[in-house]
Design a protein around this ligand. Structure first.
Ligand code: 9MR
Ligand code: ZN
Length: 539
């Protein structure tokens, strides 16, 4: 019998529901003093078969336990859950470490012991990059965050990560009044803005003379598992794509709005970059995709549709240019069948919704109501999906794609947006609120494998991310605060294929093995998606 809970814990007034794989009674045990003692007795309720895990699931509701402390759940057959805390600030450190993890991704600078502790390392990737299409030209494009467990840097993922952070900051600024112990700390600017600026400064270098954004900056092949400063491979600037350029325009315009009260000169650079990318989009209304050239195996981030990226750009540009044509473009792109609800690198349309619905008075009523209707429709669907899941998570069996933990988190963001919309009309608690929590509970251990998918948080947190520095640094523990990609129903790496029996249910298709790039890598945008949730829950 197994019992699954959020291993970071629960806020005192939150709904608290453990998942058990057997029927029977349970006790909530408090760890205090010499002997653990029971503070609550209950009976598990049958929930039925959970499709995504194929588990028969029973739920144990212990919401009545509200006192601060350390606990675990004990079933009548003697089996126990991992420990968890109850307290108002149980997610504070999770939130902080998720943010700090981005610092560890910094490229082109030394990570000093003062900030990085044992994870310090020398400056990496300082050489100029060669233009792939014109190899006699090279450019200085140092800086930014390593995208993931590899050392590449890519524009769309970067825009998504910064997008998650800046919208979260805009909505929940109080959750970002924290210091991260990074070089810029104590400069009177919130550290989230300091950290994003590190990425934005790099992005400013990633625009060509005509305003287009290079799709990516990588070597031809992924580096072996060496420290970043040991990687001396030649990096290339790969061709401009319309997706990258539209994401670029959107995020630069967003960043301008955020930084204009922080640093006027920097904000002006962001605005100029946004305008130049926007002009490029006007000159190139056609889709310009990106596919890896022969011999290149680094991330492709291929996408066959640029309408969602253009929509996000139009929404943001509307706010910074007082130009009616942006709104016309938005109306044109907002076709009946276009999605407005995702926050990943393939589909960024949810960011357009975030932009429009948090600035309603700046857009025509018709546009606002279209966005709003679609967002609420999807949020309501997700509430129903979560009710059907034995684990309470808004995920169906087919949703366990590569990086499924981001799908979990991004659905949380959509629910937060729905919650925001409803709160404008009525301050009462919404149906969406508890489902947002459920998404985080899943990520922190209330899932069919009982893993916390955030390093350093939870008694049974994953330990072996597919992350080059983590493998190469010789240090036993990984840095705290990294989010794993999570279960992938059709894993494609050898480790996962070897270790997972044929027919493993989607929610269980995960291995905590550093070789498993398709289930256990880390990325900047998986982290930032979860930061959006912790920012919402920490206020
Ligand atoms: O996160 C990406 C995932 O959605 C895709 O299915 C997968 C295959 O194209 O690629 C993932 O992105 C990887 C990128 O290509 C290179 N850096 C590591 C990323 C995480 O695995
Ligand atoms: Zn680097």
């Amino acid at each position: 019998m197994a019992i699954f809970i959020n291993q970071a814990g629960y806020q005192p007034l939150a709904k608290k529901i453990a998942v058990m794989t057997n029927a029977g009674s349970f006790q909530v045990m408090r760890k205090q003093g010499e002997k653990d003692y029971s503070v609550y007795d209950g009976q598990a309720q049958k929930q039925g078969l959970d499709e995504a895990s194929k588990d028969m699931v029973y739920t144990a509701d212990f919401s009545d336990v509200k006192e601060d402390g350390q606990y675990y759940i004990k079933a009548e057959d003697g089996s126990v859950s991992y420990t968890f805390a109850i307290g108002k600030y149980v997610y504070k450190n999770v939130h902080k470490d998720l943010l700090k993890a981005l610092y560890y991704q910094r490229c082109g600078c030394e990570l000093k012991e003062q900030y990085a502790g044992v994870y310090k390392h020398d400056c990496c990737h300082q050489d100029k990059a060669v233009l792939f299409e014109q190899q006699d030209i090279s450019k200085n494009v140092t800086g930014g965050w390593h995208d993931a467990g590899d050392y590449g840097r890519y524009i769309s993922p970067a825009a998504v990560a910064v997008g998650h952070l800046l919208y979260a900051y805009e909505l929940f600024p109080d959750s970002f009044q924290i210091e991260l112990a990074i070089p810029e700390s104590k400069n009177a600017i919130p550290d989230v803005l300091n950290e994003c600026r590190y990425e934005l400064e790099w992005m400013l270098k990633m625009q060509d003379e005509e305003g287009g954004a290079y799709h990516k900056l990588t070597a031809m092949r992924h580096a072996p598992f060496i420290m970043p400063e040991e990687d001396k491979d030649q990096f290339y600037l790969f061709p401009v794509s319309s997706m990258a350029t539209a994401d670029y325009a959107a995020v630069m315009a967003l960043a301008y709005r955020i930084y204009k009260d922080v640093d006027e000169r920097f904000a002006q650079q962001l605005l100029d970059a946004a305008k130049r990318a926007w002009s490029w989009l006007k000159v190139h209304p056609e889709y310009i995709g990106f596919y890896n050239p022969d011999g290149c195996n680094t991330g492709e981030y291929d996408d066959d549709c640029d309408l969602d990226e253009r929509m996000w750009a139009a929404a943001e540009m509307r706010l910074v240019l007082q130009d009616a044509s942006c709104e016309a473009e938005l109306a044109r792109l907002l076709k009946e069948d276009v999605s407005v609800t995702d926050f990943g690198w393939t589909d960024v349309s949810g960011f357009a919704s975030l932009c429009v619905l948090t600035n309603k008075d700046k857009y025509a009523e018709e546009i606002v109501s279209k966005f709003q209707k679609k967002v609420l429709l999807e949020a309501d669907r997700l509430v129903e999906v979560s009710k059907k899941s034995g684990y309470g998570v808004a995920m169906e069996a087919e949703d366990y794609v590569w990086g499924s933990n981001m799908v979990v988190a991004n659905r949380g963001i959509l629910l937060i947006l729905a919650d925001y919309i409803k709160k404008q009309e009525d301050t009462a608690q919404t149906v969406y609120h508890d489902v947002v929590y459920n998404q985080l509970h899943y990520l922190l251990g209330k899932n069919a494998l009982g893993y916390s998918y955030i390093t350093g948080h939870g008694e049974h947190a994953f330990l072996y991310p597919h992350n080059r520095p983590t493998v190469a640094d010789g240090i036993e523990a990984p840095m705290s605060g990294f989010v794993s990609g999570g279960p992938f129903k059709t894993p494609c790496d050898i480790a996962a294929k070897e270790l997972l029996p044929e027919g493993t249910p989607p929610m269980k298709c995960y291995v905590d093995d550093w070789r498993s790039y398709s289930t256990n890598e880390i990325t900047i945008y998986w982290n930032t998606a979860v930061i959006f949730l912790t920012a919402y829950l920490n206020i």
